[in-house]
Design a protein around this ligand. Structure first.
Ligand code: B12
Length: 268
């Protein structure tokens, strides 16, 4: 019955399939092993798969806005209930997975999804770091930091995009396990100096609305003025902005966001 066996999906197949579909839409994909992620986290935050399971973290680049979002808006007419960008990302990724891997189980989690415990389904920055995509600069990366008792959030910096990207999704392939086929590469440490790291965390925590943390290193692309306008608009007014721009909205569009989604969420 040898001939009946499904060919084994390799990590190369996964990377190739996902990037052929998602790169032209303005996304980047980075495979990693679940064990690398779990190794840096406390057990309550672990992903519950064996260490050798293949996972992939998906980033959006500035090009996603033109190459995926605008075509999505023309095609789909967004629905007012969820953030249109989140709808677009979910549409791209779920279509990609069902077309490229129709016979594979794939567990998809998005950056904005929470568990019943109110913890995020996955820590996007930790995933990006262990996958080698973008170094996660945390307070613990600074010796003798000047912030005393203050809570300081960490931030990932991408070697080519600086801060001009977002971490959108985690895909886990529960039936694909790997060994030596996947070797961990550290993310490029593109903000090596202590002084610049202090500056980076201060910009991210105290001045994130001025976009300046994203330019902590030179980048090959950044968000267009239009994209910045979109992301600077409070989520409950984005549907209206899109209508002003001439995109049509579906039945339930408008200002009625569900409770809990009205928060002052900024750009990702
Ligand atoms: C909740 C949340 C917020 C909250 C709280 C922030 C926080 N970090 O806790 C609020 C609302 C304040 C917020 C604000 C913003 N956020 Co926010 N947020 C999130 C979200 C959904 C979860 C983060 C979280 O709860 N982490 C839990 C904490 C406990 O994790 P942690 O601090 O990393 O700690 C862990 C690590 O240290 C790890 N660890 C320990 N040792 C080691 C060693 C190594 C090597 C590693 C890698 C890890 C590691 O263990 C710890 C846990 O035990 C993420 C998306 C996601 N799903 O991850 C986006 C995310 C972090 N936010 C993001 C952004 C851009 C923002 C904003 C700029 C804009 C916005 N979206 O509103 C602002 C600015 C921040 C500010 N100045 O206030 C981006 C950051 C991108 C980047 N380049 O890093 C993310 C990743 C979203 C995305 N899609 O890209 N955010």
């Amino acid at each position: 019955m040898e001939s009946m066996a499904k060919p084994r999906v390799t990590v190369e197949d996964i990377e190739k399939g996902l990037s052929e579909f998602l790169m032209p839409l303005g996304f980047e994909v980075y495979p990693f092993k679940v064990g690398w992620y779990n190794a840096v986290l406390i057990p309550t935050l672990h992903l519950s798969y064996p260490d050798h399971t293949v996972a992939v973290v998906v980033l959006s680049t500035p090009k996603m806005f033109e190459q995926a979002f605008k075509p999505f808006l023309k095609r789909e007419s967004f629905k007012g209930l969820n953030d249109p960008i989140d709808q677009c990302v979910a549409d791209c990724i779920s279509t990609c997975v069902s077309q490229c891997f129709p016979d594979q189980p794939v567990d998809i989690s998005y950056d904005y999804e929470m568990l019943p415990s109110r913890k995020p389904k996955f820590l996007a920055q930790t995933a990006a770091h262990v996958a080698g995509a973008a170094y996660y600069y945390q307070r613990t990366d600074i010796t003798n930091d000047p912030w005393g008792e203050k809570k300081m959030f960490g931030v990932c910096i991408h070697p080519r995009l600086g801060g001009w990207f977002a971490i959108r999704a985690l895909l886990v392939f529960p039936s694909v396990v790997v060994d030596e086929e996947l070797i961990q590469k550290p993310p490029p440490d593109c903000v090596p100096s202590q002084e610049d790291r202090v500056e980076l965390l201060e910009r991210f925590n105290f001045r994130w609305k001025d976009w300046s943390y994203r330019d902590i290193i030179p980048s090959v692309q950044c968000y267009s003025e239009e994209q910045k306008t979109y992301f600077s608009t409070p989520p409950d007014q984005r549907a209206m902005l899109l209508r002003q721009w001439g995109f049509s909205a579906g039945e339930k569009s408008g200002l009625q966001l569900p409770d809990g989604n009205k928060g002052e969420e900024g750009p990702r």
